[in-house]
Structure formats: structure tokens, C-alpha cells
Design a protein around this ligand. Sequence first.
Ligand code: ADP
Ligand code: F6P
Length: 323
Amino acid sequence: MDTKQKTIGVLTSGGDAPGMNAAVRAVVRAAIKKGMRVIGIKRGYNGLINGDLIEMNMRSVSDIIHRGGTILYTARCLEFKEEAGLQKAKQTCLDAGIDGIVAIGGDGSFRGAADLSVRGIPCVGIPGTIDNDISCTDYTIGYDTAMNTAMEMVDKIRDTAQSHDRCSVVEVMGRRAGYIALNTGIACGATYILVPEIEVDVEDMINKIKEAQKLGKQNFIILVAEGIGGSVELAKRIEEETGIESRATILGHVQRGGNPTVRDRVLASQLAYRAVELLNDGIGNRVVGIQRDEVVDFDILEALKMKKEFPMELYKIANDISF
Ligand code: ADP
Ligand code: F6P
């Protein structure tokens, strides 16, 4: 019987997201509870390549469940996409006795996890990104917090837009995904929402503003996803074509920080727990997620091929009730 104590590594990779710390905490605690040893890997795959490792114990993850950011730091590591980088990372694992890795991040991080799994180090991915652009899960860690932050910001912008009878164009994060824009838009009563998943029709937007104006509306919020961009120009165009004084605000990185919401903390804990169970059973090359409130897991490459449908019905609702 193999009695060797299992050792797992945990890292955070790509853009940080609120709730990553809650996930790190749950990985460490669940693994130690199961009798495993845990090593923290600093700055994503960079730490694996450079051997930047730290022994974790129950206390090293105290007082972090409520904090944004990641105590393990994060990075976008180009070297890990190359064979030489992958081999260095594998050697670090062999030297440190790391039998498996939990990688918390987005789709790029999962590609890296799949590449390392194929080379003999079982990895499990946990979706952590504010964009919610991971197809195998209904929610990613950080998304709920980012939406709530954006909503609070837009509420404040609305106060001043209302006082001045203005139109405020607000740009939220999401390079290739409009989930934050769509949901914040509904929650804040945006007159129009522009997302990368739907072809931009500026004329349609201007007509909608004019129509609402005829119905007596005096202030307007337009939600724009980062992937569409051009918010300053859009505000100018709205002002020129409607006569409504307009301003643009780009919310930026405020959306990536702050204390995670209940939902993100619970999700992070659930997903981390499953990830540890998988590695404890010797199963790698998986990504975990949540679907209809059930924790699920998939082969990483299968998960990366999945497509997430943009919720068109929700987009229609947003449009139909915003006058
Ligand atoms: P983000 O969307 O915030 O950039 P990702 O999780 O997609 O977050 O992180 C991308 C990072 O994943 C890359 O910078 C790199 O460090 C890492 N990575 C490792 N292997 C790969 C790979 N094969 N393809 C893409 N990214 C990879
Ligand atoms: O993937 C998360 C995200 O915040 C995107 O919404 C955004 O496009 C990107 O990361 C910005 O990344 P950074 O400013 O860290 O390069």
C-alpha cells in the first residue's frame, strides 16, 4: 500500500478576482484535513517555473476569506506556453514532491493546467475571473462581486446624471464577454446595453434614447462592455444627435477589487473542496464548476470546447423594460 503523504500545490493565475483568497483558503484547509501537505505557488505559473514556493498550514490562510486580491499573487506567464517553461515547471514539482496542482484562474490558466497534466502532473482548474466567460460553469469566482461593485458605482453615477438631466455612458470590464454589462445594466435600469456578443447598432441606441425622451425620460444610463469600448466617443455622439448633455465613465479595475460577496465566498469554498477531492483521488486534467447549483467537473479540454449561450432572453427583457 502507498503510504506516502500526498502533496498538492495551489496557485492563482491571470487577472485576479474577489474570492480567489476564499478558494485558496478552502484548498489549503480541505487538503490538510484529508492528510495532505499543501504548497503555495507564488505569481501563477511563474512561481512554478522559478520555484517560488511556500509551505502552507491551517494558519497561513487565516483572515483572508473576506479579502479581495490573492495572497499568492498572480501573473500572466508567457513562458508557461512554451515546452521549456512546462519542463521547468514539471521539474519544480518533482523536486518539491508536488503530486498535483490546483490552478485558480481563467481559460488560459486551464490550458496551462491541461498542458502540465499531459506531462504527468495532475492539475485541477477552478474558474476564477470576474468576466464569467468560462463555459462549463454558470458562475465564476469574482463575477458576483464585480457585478455588485459595478452596480453600486452606476447607482452613484445615476444620482448625478439625474440631477443634471444627463446621459451617462458607463463602461464596465469584459474584453470578450458582456455578462457584467448585461446584469449591471438590468440592475441599474440602463436604457441601452452594448455587449460584444451582439452586433453594435448605434442608430438603434440613439432611437431608443429619443423614444424614451418623448415619453418624458430626462436622464439616461448606457452600459458598455469593455470589448466594445469607445465610450467617450459614444457619449459625444449621443450629445450631438439627441441634444442631451452626456458624460462617459470607465469603471476599470475598481471592479476587480473589494471584499467578495457571500455568493463568491461560498462558491469558492465549494469548488475548492471538489478540486481537492479530485486530486486526493488521483484524478487530474479536470476543471470544476457549478451548474444549476450542483458542483460539476469536466475534462479540461472538453470544458474549453464548450460554448456558453449569451442570455438573449435577459437582454430582451432589459431592452423592453428600460424606458
Ligand atoms: P486572463 O483572462 O485574466 O488573462 P487567464 O486565466 O486566461 O486569465 O490567464 C492567462 C494566463 O494563463 C497566461 O498569461 C499564462 O500565464 C497562462 N497560460 C498558461 N498556459 C497557457 C496556454 N497554453 N495558453 C494560454 N494561457 C496560458
Ligand atoms: O479577465 C479579467 C479582466 O478584468 C477583463 O475584464 C479585462 O479585460 C482584463 O482582465 C484586464 O486585465 P489587466 O488590466 O489586468 O491587464
